[in-house]
Design a protein around this ligand. Sequence first.
Ligand code: E4P
Length: 217
Amino acid sequence: MKFFVDTAEIDAIAELNDLGMVDGVTTNPSLIKKSGRDIIEVTKEICDLVDGPVSAEVTATDAETMIAEGRKLVEIAENIAVKVPLTWDGLKACKALSDDGHMVNVTLCFSANQALLAAKAGATFISPFIGRLDDINLDGMDLIADIRDIYDNYGFETQILAASIRSVNHVLESARIGADVMTAPPAVIKSMINHPLTDKGLDAFLKDIAAADIKIL
Ligand code: E4P
């Protein structure tokens, strides 16, 4: 499973990238606003730092302007994936930009039918939003499983990018179902390491090291 980091915070991306945990980055207008930075400037900095795809989202809602914005975004770096919303205009932009050979991430996916449309429009990535479905008492994991089945049935190459991940269980379930990629905030990725038995076991070992004065160097 590929790990994307869902943030526009450079320091957080760099920290995880140094550990080999970053296969790509996703941003959205809310994350750009949170960073307080200019979209072009911060996206370029992220692209310079990370080898994999970096999603940058268009701001327009009509296909023509989305395509123009997408063409400007891909000039930032070779690893840009243009992020478009799951609307007919977004799919039109997806088709045009993917026909031009650019990576496209179709975002705000909340149904398997939407994911089917995105695949047919040539999307590189489909982003089903797990957490936002859970927020309204639906099961985001059912959506990931349905999309996996449908894409496998017909051999679509569009990669399932599990998004809106809020917990380590979301990561685990997405991996079990076979999402190709997951994107999560840095805090979620960092908390994947936590286990009380690891802490307890290490504590016991450290006590024995001290008691027996075990030394290697
Ligand atoms: C994905 O590309 C989105 O940026 C993100 O995962 C949305 O997450 P949220 O629902 O927690 O805002």
